[in-house]
Ligand binder design. Sequence first.
Ligand SMILES: Cc1cc2nc3c(=O)[nH]c(=O)nc-3n(C[C@H](O)[C@H](O)[C@H](O)COP(=O)(O)OP(=O)(O)OC[C@H]3O[C@@H](n4cnc5c(N)ncnc54)[C@H](O)[C@@H]3O)c2cc1C
Length: 452
Amino acid sequence: MATVIEIVVQNDLCIGCGLCAALCPQGILTMQWNRFGEYNPVEISPCIRECGLCLKVCPFADSEENEDTIGKQFYGEIPGIRHRLETGYYLASYVGYSEEHRLSSASGGIATWLLEALLREGVVDHIICVAPTGDPERLFSFQIFNTPDELRTGAGSAYYPVELSGVIRQVLETPGRYAVTGLPCFIKAIRLAQQRNKKLRERVVITVGLVCGQLKSKHFTEYIAAIAGVNEEGFRVLYRGKSLDRSAKDYHYKFTTKDGVEKRIFWNEGIAKAWMNRWFTLGACNYCDDVFAECADVTCMDAWLPEYILDSRGTSLMLVRSPKVNEVIERGQEISLDLFPIKWVVQSQGGVITQKRQHLAFRLYRNRKINLDKRVVPARSRNPFLRQEVVLKERMRITSRDLWSAGETDDEHLHGAMESDLKRLAPGRLLSMIIKFLVRTLWYIQRKVNLG
Ligand SMILES: Cc1cc2nc3c(=O)[nH]c(=O)nc-3n(C[C@H](O)[C@H](O)[C@H](O)COP(=O)(O)OP(=O)(O)OC[C@H]3O[C@@H](n4cnc5c(N)ncnc54)[C@H](O)[C@@H]3O)c2cc1C
């Protein structure tokens, strides 16, 4: 029987979550960096049992399970639950922030507040989330925290590869109730693993998802560090620095060198170009159709809507699926959180939805070899700008990966290699910016009128 290495890793579909390595009954898989700065499982000895468990828990293996079937299993029977194609199941949706947390958090600090509340109220004993390590070889990792003070060290977003194998092994060894944070595909992997492992089912009692547009390799961070003027190893990075005189969208990455020198680089100084054009994005992200972490008990995201973007301190949106989490939220006196219409939550992630629906349909159409049963039907878009965007961004993604891994780490060189593709994208981008501006203005007016 084929393993996750042949079916997933060798087809560039591995997101590096590490569930296969954590659950392999022979213990023959270990997570290692590949040459592109992404985590992959590696076999340390040959697979002899051929149980196929590694494939069954992989979020990017072709399986009968998808976010719809998993979501239905966990949330389909909850009284009052509703469903939308873009979001999956939801019980309630909110907008707001935690004044105490928002400045040190990615958005409105609601995720860290919630994790603390879960600990404080005794809903869980341990929190598994991502925090800096101090190790130059892996700047961030999943860690297990037992107190609010500890878990605050993880506030903020890590746009960096992290893998779950180590912490999941600890969960299997140490009884207790755990909450875990994760990107949509990581939460899906946990759910697939819970279906096959009783201890995980009993011990991971809350899952906190993050909306995700794409995951970047560690070379992305090295590239942004280089254009910020940090070329040596051993730096620390904060991805969501906030400046009170700028909008929430215009955040900065702050790099701190070993000698304590701080360098800031803002969204429009090079981050946006690499982010929006999918430089250093993982191949698996090309085939993701889950925007809102549909398998998670609650999903947190940025309030990317005009009326909130102006507030540089950050605002969160939240989609809740679990009644238990909703009760904790309803008891939260110290936060500012209001119910918020689901259609506006969907609008806030318009760009990611386009990526994971229309762009995905065209990617599947272009790459028929990919044997994945997604919830999007392969289709050749009739929009020539969309087709061009998908093709050019994929070429830039591959070029960025190849050049950096070949040691071509000079920005001018990298930029030179992308220049003609960037130029060809410009007219379509201008047109789409005008359309987006008009649509968002209409939405904004509509929301203002409705809020009346
Ligand atoms: C790779 C990535 C892409 C994202 N894309 C989008 C997007 O397109 N649109 C959008 O609205 N939001 C996106 N987000 C989510 C957004 O950046 C915030 O994480 C979210 O809004 C929560 O903010 P907060 O202030 O409530 O959380 P915080 O209070 O900052 O807490 C965040 C929690 O998440 C944990 N965490 C951070 N990074 C990771 C990670 N990589 N894996 C697992 N746990 C992690 C932290 O340890 C912390 O516990 C993305 C996040 C990541 C990591």
